[in-house]
Design a protein around this ligand. Structure first.
Ligand SMILES: *[C@@H]1O[C@H](CO)[C@@H](O)[C@H](O)[C@H]1NC(C)=O
Ligand SMILES: *[C@@H]1O[C@H](CO)[C@@H](O)[C@H](O)[C@H]1NC(C)=O
Ligand SMILES: *[C@@H]1O[C@H](CO)[C@@H](O)[C@H](O)[C@H]1NC(C)=O
Ligand SMILES: *[C@@H]1O[C@H](CO)[C@@H](O)[C@H](O)[C@H]1NC(C)=O
Ligand SMILES: *[C@@H]1O[C@H](CO)[C@@H](O)[C@H](O)[C@H]1NC(C)=O
Ligand SMILES: *[C@@H]1O[C@H](CO)[C@@H](O)[C@H](O)[C@H]1NC(C)=O
Ligand SMILES: *[C@@H]1O[C@H](CO)[C@@H](O)[C@H](O)[C@H]1NC(C)=O
Ligand SMILES: *[C@@H]1O[C@H](CO)[C@@H](O)[C@H](O)[C@H]1NC(C)=O
Ligand SMILES: *[C@@H]1O[C@H](CO)[C@@H](O)[C@H](O)[C@H]1NC(C)=O
Length: 556
């Protein structure tokens, strides 16, 4: 028995962890590869989407724990990133738009990379990790979070430029933008640039003993869907299916609607003459957007293949913990919605893969996997992956990575944490990782978080042009959403823009969805008499908030 256990790779993983946690191995802290994709919803094969061609992410998934129910705290880049990088929620970071730097507006909070840096790591950032600009102090939070200045790709400046081929060879500012890369400004694209610079770092670091925290932030699949045109071939337009319910639900409160203004300002969508705020997008264009979103994912996957193989070549396969995550989701026509900017599951739910060599799989990288159509003919089964259905939130990543690397654990934040530089409003999901690896060594985890939380601001009850991204000073309503095992419940309540506080007694609208039978969130049953008891219970739980939803008897 003993020897059988000893033979298992997982035993070595646990031993390695134990030794690390107890500081018995001085120089073997694992490296961290932290990958963030922008606006990436859980579309991989490990999430049941057989159409997606992403063999490198799929290989990562096979050596990871795949979290099937991971949620962002707000479906907007700036607030979500500030939230998960500080492990505090938007109401604590005081960031619901993209106009404040938390160190100035909320508190001098220690970030995830900063914590690793302060604990002996070399930390570097390539591409979009912090939301650039004001949100990260116009320095991308250097020098606090990073050992050297972050790398931001120069060609991201063409994001809103007329560089996409349009009719009659005219250049346009489009949503849909497959390109011949050699015709683009600087003959490259932002994510290609970030990859090349990250590869240089990996090569340079192979002879160093200091562990690294390498953050790699891809801009795709965020709009514009600007990608090398050859990736379109993986997704014949006839294979693309519209969302199951692609019409606006009758019971949807107007305050919940996000009018996807970011799409409307682009030339290709503008020429469709879609009426504001509810006019539908023609079905043929819907299919092209879905196709381009998929192609953008495959493009990023090919870049990740280069990164993984460089890590392998340089000897980092068995000592690097990898996290891959999306900052929030993106609606692809569900309920006639596009983009993020809402509390719907399609906007708040994200992919989350965590790979810990020895614990979650074999040393993982290896040569890049080609995007061939053959790789799609291999059928995937859910049970080929180690999954966890536990409810987790992006604020959980910081305490989890700290635990996995053997750094001192984070305390739960006090009620008012504006003076507390280091604490968490999340909860380490490491027990779920151990539970999902079926090691039979650690005890089975029976209960976990009973709910997770997201929120979204609105300027008004009726959709306006700034409904997607209201400034905090123009916000009148905050939508708070709670997701339990079977329910999603949202209340839209009054927000005071003068002092950034809320009035829970003034409720503008409610939404209740039965996740078991209505995973598309098409039928709002909040006013249905038979669900009033549930509404009442969830309303209380929503007001109690995240502290009361933490795993039982297990928190301070
Ligand atoms: C914020 O914290 C950092 C280190 O965590 C410190 O160097 C800096 O002086 C602090 N800034 C302020 C304004 O307190
Ligand atoms: C891409 O553009 C370059 C430069 O104009 C051209 O030489 C090349 O043939 C184009 N490639 C394709 C596949 O059209
Ligand atoms: C590590 O490798 C880099 C790049 O090859 C080189 O510049 C540096 O001098 C090397 N450092 C050591 C300590 O060997
Ligand atoms: C949109 O409106 C413009 C101007 O009214 C018209 O020229 C164009 O044909 C319309 N396009 C569509 C797709 O209806
Ligand atoms: C990792 O792999 C290298 C080379 O294959 C090997 O020398 C080293 O002992 C391995 N480290 C661990 C912790 O397994
Ligand atoms: C938290 O404490 C800070 C500093 O004492 C104070 O400015 C702020 O108003 C407090 N926040 C709340 C919500 O009470
Ligand atoms: C934060 O620090 C200030 C200055 O020391 C103090 O006045 C205030 O009470 C503290 N607030 C909290 C919530 O601890
Ligand atoms: C832990 O694993 C067991 C056995 O696979 C599973 O039944 C249980 O649901 C898992 N616990 C959690 C909280 O996911
Ligand atoms: C915030 O402002 C509103 C509107 O002026 C006021 O009713 C409320 O009492 C204020 N809340 C706090 C905590 O100051």
């Amino acid at each position: 028995m003993c020897c059988r256990i000893m033979m298992r790779p997982v035993f070595w993983g646990l031993l390695f962890q134990w030794l690390t946690n107890h500081h018995l191995i001085c120089c073997v802290r694992p490296n961290i590869l932290f990958i963030v994709l922008d606006d990436f919803r859980p579309l991989l094969r490990c999430y049941g989407n057989q159409l997606i061609n992403a063999p490198n992410m799929d290989n990562l998934a096979r050596n990871s724990v795949v979290f099937t129910r991971a949620f962002a705290q707000q479906a907007l880049c700036g607030p979500s990133r500030t939230s998960f990088l500080t492990s505090r929620r938007p109401d604590t970071t005081k960031l619901w738009d993209v106009h404040y730097y938390w160190r100035k507006s909320a508190g001098n909070f220690t970030t995830l990379p900063q914590y690793f840096k302060e604990n002996g790591y070399h930390t570097e950032s390539y591409g979009k990790i912090f939301h650039p600009g004001i949100v990260s102090g116009k320095t991308t939070d250097y020098p606090y979070s990073w050992s050297v200045p972050p790398y931001l790709p120069s060609t991201q400046q063409y994001k809103m430029k007329k560089v996409c081929p349009g009719p009659q060879g005219k250049l346009q500012m489009n949503v849909i933008c497959p390109v011949n890369v050699s015709t683009q400004p600087e003959q490259t694209l932002p994510d290609i640039q970030s990859t090349q610079h990250a590869l240089q770092f990996i090569g340079k670091w192979s002879n160093q003993s200091k562990p690294f925290f390498l953050a790699l932030g891809y801009h795709k699949p965020h709009i514009p869907f600007k990608f090398p045109e050859e990736y379109l071939k993986f997704y014949p337009i006839d294979d693309i299916k519209l969302a199951k319910y692609h019409t606006k639900p009758p019971g949807l409160p107007s305050v919940a609607w996000n009018p996807w203004a970011d799409l409307r300002e682009r030339d290709d969508v503008r020429s469709l003459n879609v009426s504001f705020p509810y006019g539908p997008i023609p079905e043929s264009f819907q299919k092209q957007m879905i196709q381009s979103y998929y192609a953008s994912v495959t493009y990023v996957d090919s870049l990740l293949g280069q990164v993984f193989s460089a890590l392998d070549r340089n000897g980092f396969s068995n000592n690097t913990i990898t996290v891959l995550v999306g900052d929030h989701g993106w609606a692809l026509g569900e309920n006639q919605e596009w983009s993020k900017f809402s509390n719907f599951e399609v906007a708040t739910r994200v992919p989350l893969l965590v790979s810990v060599p020895g614990l979650t799989g074999k040393p993982l990288y290896g040569p890049p996997r080609p995007q061939t159509s053959e790789s799609l003919s291999v059928k995937t089964h859910h049970n080929q992956y180690q999954t966890s259905d536990g409810l987790v939130e992006l604020v959980d990543i910081f305490p989890s990575l700290a635990e996995l690397a053997g750094l001192p654990v984070l305390e739960i934040c006090p009620q008012n944490s504006s003076n507390t530089t280091l604490c968490t409003e999340g909860y380490s999901f490491v027990p779920l990782i151990r539970n999902a690896t079926n090691s039979h060594i650690s005890p089975i985890v029976h209960s976990w978080k009973s709910a997770v939380f997201s929120q979204y601001p609105r300027p008004s009850v009726q959709p306006e042009t700034d409904s997607d991204q209201p400034r905090a000073v123009n916000t009148r309503i905050m939508g708070y959403s709670i997701r339990t095992d079977n329910w999603r419940y949202t209340e839209w309540i009054q927000f005071h823009p003068n002092n950034f506080t809320v009035n829970w007694n003034k409720v503008f609208a409610k939404e209740l969805y039965l996740r078991d039978t209505d995973s598309e969130e098409h039928n709002n049953v909040a006013s249905s008499p038979q669900y009033q008891e549930i509404v009442h219970k969830l309303s209380i739980k929503l007001r109690q908030g995240w502290r009361e939803a933490l795993p039982l008897n297990n928190y301070t």
